[in-house]
Design a protein around this ligand. Structure first.
Ligand SMILES: Cc1cc2nc3c(=O)[nH]c(=O)nc-3n(C[C@H](O)[C@H](O)[C@H](O)COP(=O)(O)OP(=O)(O)OC[C@H]3O[C@@H](n4cnc5c(N)ncnc54)[C@H](O)[C@@H]3O)c2cc1C
Length: 462
């Protein structure tokens, strides 16, 4: 059937973030006619309000810390402060170069891009500003936005979310961060590097609570050393304005005053009022429900990214988008093993992991069937050179494959790529122990951990 737009599309994609644009690129590569509908900017949250700008802030923070601490390495320098306008210029420069590249890439694949707010109007059509785009398939990829707590109003000035934090035109003297998950600890880390007095409030007993408990504890120790304060197992009960900022109250009776409150309690799906339910799509609390092939209950409609209840990560969106494009094209596809997706929290020190935590492995295989080896970065030459601390912890099944790797330390986010191969290829510790790692590198810590687990430790003290 032809559209109002006059073309026949194989796939109509609603939302041009990581999930939607990856699907569009792969579908076009496979010869399909694609229309990609985006109300904001192509690249979505990851490029404009998420992964990329936060990592630029964290890198600026790292440079600040290195300047302050340079004398430890025999290098003389004077830290004069943060020029936040210049930090934003650097960050925005990175984003705009990537945005230009992405826009060019999408144009080069002959994808039709429609700017505007779309609404699903049938199982095969999306309408934008009165024009109907019809396709054989529709992919919903409208992503997510920051959440708040009931009664906690974000004013964008003293009570802010991550979108506001990324464009804040000042370095606050102090901040309370509500939420010790990935987004909360990344901002805590960057802001502390900028000189902010930071307190994190987390209702669960640990920072980054979905990580292996060992990683959380190492991060907490490192944050304590950096002077980042945190209240764990503490529930928020309210906030009031003071003359100069906010006073945050906790259910345990404590109060913390600061210049501002950053609310980082997670993100919720963007689905309200977009016609999904009317088209018969099954939903749960705003999330679109899908099977392991990202198919909704409506045969012509798929959904990907933060809109579905899988890991809220850009690379998960990429993977799901590609899977859907290939399935629609008739290729053989395999469901994603979500445990095998690497997870990185880019604070200082970084926390990176893949596979099962020790607790999950024990639950799945039984305590007597699980072996673990925690290799302290104290024994790793390159980590000593960098003056970073932490560990590489490997979880394996007794006489079986590696089922989880958990790392804390500077630059661990880069190392998780090797960990991912080990987990996803179901390698045995003895097989990884055979691989010679370059010296001196942090990757040796992975090699050493597997050597020890295979019963032939090298640089490990008894
Ligand atoms: C502060 C922060 C840091 C993060 N850091 C990382 C990180 O380091 N690594 C990582 O992997 N992930 C990170 N993430 C998560 C990552 O950004 C998301 O998982 C990813 O962007 C999800 O992609 P998506 O395509 O599902 O949704 P989105 O990126 O949110 O894209 C959805 C798009 O749909 C558009 N849209 C919505 N409704 C409509 C409509 N009706 N019509 C037209 N267009 C519409 C939106 O404008 C948006 O562009 C971070 C997120 C945040 C907030």
């Amino acid at each position: 059937m032809a559209n109002d737009a006059g073309a026949v599309f194989d796939v109509v994609i609603l939302g041009g973030g990581s999930g939607g644009y990856a699907c569009a690129l792969r579908a076009a590569e496979l010869g399909m006619q694609v229309v990609l509908i985006e109300k904001g900017k192509l690249g979505g949250t990851c490029l404009h309000q998420g992964c990329i700008p936060t990592k630029a802030l964290l890198h600026a923070g790292e440079v600040a810390d290195q300047t302050r601490e340079s004398e430890q390495f025999g290098v003389k320098s004077t830290f004069e402060g943060i020029d936040i306008a210049a930090v934003h210029k650097y960050k925005d420069g990175v984003v705009s170069r990537l945005f230009k590249g992405l826009t060019g890439l999408i144009a080069s694949r002959k994808i039709t891009v429609v700017e505007g707010e779309g609404r699903l109007v049938s199982p095969t059509a999306v309408e934008v500003g009165g024009t109907r785009y019809e396709g054989r398939h529709v992919v919903l990829a409208t992503g997510s936005v920051p959440k708040s707590l009931p009664g906690l109003e974000i004013d964008g000035n003293r009570i802010i979310n991550s979108d506001h934090a990324l464009v804040l035109d000042r370095v606050p003297a102090s901040a309370v961060i509500l939420g010790g998950g990935v987004i909360g600890v990344e901002f805590a880390s960057a802001w502390k590097s900028f000189g902010v007095d930071v307190t994190i409030v987390e209702a669960l007993p640990h920072l980054v609570p979905v990580e292996d408990e060992g990683s959380s504890k190492l991060l907490e120790r490192a944050f304590r050393k950096r002077g980042i304060k945190f209240e764990l197992g503490s529930r928020f009960s309210g906030v009031e304005y003071t003359d100069s900022g906010v006073r945050v109250s906790l259910e345990n009776g404590k109060q913390v005053e600061a210049e501002l409150l950053l609310v980082a309690v997670g993100r919720g799906p963007v689905s309200a009022g977009l016609g999904y339910e009317e088209a018969g799509v099954a939903m749960d609390r705003g999330y679109v429900l899908v099977d392991e092939y990202c198919r909704t209950n409506v045969p012509t409609i798929s959904a990907v990214g933060d809109l579905i209840p899988t890991l809220q990560l850009a690379h998960v969106g990429f993977g799901e988008g590609i899977l859907v494009a290939e399935r629609i094209a008739g290729l053989q596809v395999a469901p994603i093993d979500y445990a095998g997706v690497p997870r990185v929290t880019y604070c200082d020190p970084e926390v990176a992991s893949v596979g099962l935590t020790q607790a999950q492995a024990v639950e799945r295989y039984g305590a007597d069937k699980v072996a673990t080896l925690d290799y302290n970065l104290g024994g790793n030459g390159k980590s000593q050179i960098l003056k970073t601390t932490g560990s590489v912890k490997v979880v394996s099944v007794q006489d079986g494959p590696v089922v989880g790797i958990h790392m804390v330390g500077a630059r661990m986010g880069e190392l998780v790529a090797e960990a991912q191969l080990i987990y996803n290829w179901e390698a045995l510790p003895s097989e990884v122990a055979q691989l010679i790692h370059p010296h001196p590198s942090q990757s040796e810590a992975i090699g050493e951990a597997h050597l020890a687990l295979a019963g032939k430790p090298l640089h490990v003290h008894d």
